[in-house]
Structures are given as structure tokens and as C-alpha cells.
Design a protein around this ligand. Structure first.
Ligand SMILES: [Cu+2]
Length: 224
């Protein structure tokens, strides 16, 4: 390292240690009436992946060590939408006193848990990308989604309609937005720089919400 005055050294180190870090990137989603959209899965797929070499290994998708949780409580699945990376495990504990029978017919993961109450079954591994719709054979209104992604850069929009994506290197991306009430996944191209940018406001048209709310809990999400 060259001999530099101290402040210049700091800059040198900052550039050397974090050459590709980008500022957090925020998306703000609203519906046709200007209301915030919660429970949307916002993800970034690189359009120009860097050449892979021993010194530049591909970005690894690392599932969390512990299983994620989609519980059944108040005759609802909570949370309503769960984005995960391929290879993640999800547990489906039943917090109700009655039995549920959780299943999916989605091509990305077909499964049926035996009728159960209380106990935790072994976690399910989600090893294919795609949207997995969950249902309960006992309670028709119980619906939830697990969105299995092949990118490490994703976020679930909050009740304020914001999704914050951190740590994506600068470059060109396809921004993908999935929501249960979108007719199809919204995609658009964008370029991220290392500079802080203003939130990206996106208005989307959603299909009507026809679900019937059972639980009085707010944490079910997605209900208005
Ligand atoms: Cu049920």
C-alpha cells in the first residue's frame, strides 16, 4: 500500500474493502388507489452476471441455518407471504387447538402434511424456484404463499408498501415484483449504482381481494 496521508488511506481502504457494495435500494409500491401494497415480494436478478473464476466465485445462495416458520393460528397461515431462497426449510407449526392439514399442489413443491395439531412436523425443504400456494384441507379459506427465489437480493414489502434491498453490487438488474393479486409478475430493468438513490415509486394494478378474514390478529398480513 502506498504511503498516503491518513484521510487518503481511509478512502483507499474503503475502496479496497467494499469495491462493489451498493447503497440500500428502496422500492415503494402503491395500488391504483394510491394505497400502499404490503406482502409483495421484490427481488433483483442480475442481467450481467460477472464471469466466474476461482478468485471470483458465483454469489452463493445460503439458506438460513434454522427453518423458517409459517404457523397456523386463528385458522389462518401466518405470515401470508414468505420469500425464501432455494434450499430453505420451512416448518408449519399448528398453534390452534384444532387440527389442520397443510398442503400444496404447486409444481415448485407438492406436499401434504398429515392432519395434525400442536406438534411440529419435520420441516419441508423447498428445492425448486417458483411460487408455492399453501392451503388447508379442513379450512378452505386458509391460503398463504411461499415464494422460492434464486437470488439473494429480495425483500417483502411492509404495510407502508416499502421494500428495501441491500448489498446488491452495482449493475443492471431485472426487478421482479410478485404479489398474490397481480395478474402476473411485474418485471422491469434497472441499473444500480453505488450512489444513494431516491426510493423507486411503482404503481401496480391489483385484482380484488376476495378472501374472508377469520382471525382478528393483525399479523396475518395482506388484509385491509
Ligand atoms: Cu385448517
Amino acid at each position: 500500500m502506498p504511503r498516503l496521508p491518513l484521510p487518503a488511506r481511509w478512502i483507499f481502504f474503503a475502496l479496497a474493502l467494499a469495491p462493489f457494495a451498493t447503497a440500500a435500494f428502496e422500492v415503494k409500491l402503491t395500488d391504483a388507489k394510491g394505497q400502499p401494497i404490503a406482502d409483495a415480494v421484490v427481488s433483483l436478478v442480475p442481467l450481467d452476471p460477472p464471469a466466474v473464476s476461482p478468485s471470483n466465485p458465483p454469489t452463493k445462495l445460503t439458506p438460513p441455518a434454522a427453518p423458517l416458520i409459517v404457523m397456523q393460528r386463528g385458522q389462518e397461515f401466518i405470515p401470508y407471504v414468505t420469500p425464501i431462497v432455494v434450499g430453505s426449510r420451512v416448518s408449519f407449526p399448528n398453534k390452534d387447538t384444532e387440527q389442520h392439514q397443510c398442503y400444496s399442489l404447486s409444481p415448485a413443491k407438492k406436499f401434504t402434511l398429515p392432519l395434525y395439531a400442536g406438534e411440529d412436523k419435520a420441516p419441508i425443504v423447498f428445492d425448486q424456484p417458483g411460487v408455492v400456494a399453501l392451503g388447508c384441507n379442513i379450512h378452505d379459506w386458509m391460503v398463504a404463499y411461499i415464494v422460492v427465489l434464486e437470488t439473494p437480493w429480495f425483500a417483502l414489502s411492509t404495510t407502508a408498501g416499502t421494500a428495501t434491498l441491500a448489498d446488491a453490487p452495482p449493475g443492471r438488474y431485472r426487478l421482479e415484483i410478485w404479489h398474490p393479486r397481480l395478474a402476473k409478475t411485474d418485471t422491469r430493468e434497472l441499473t444500480l449504482s453505488s450512489a444513494t438513490s431516491a426510493p423507486l415509486a411503482i404503481a401496480l394494478t391489483l385484482k380484488p381481494d376476495r378472501r374472508i378474514r377469520r382471525s382478528t390478529e393483525k399479523s396475518g398480513g395482506g388484509y385491509k
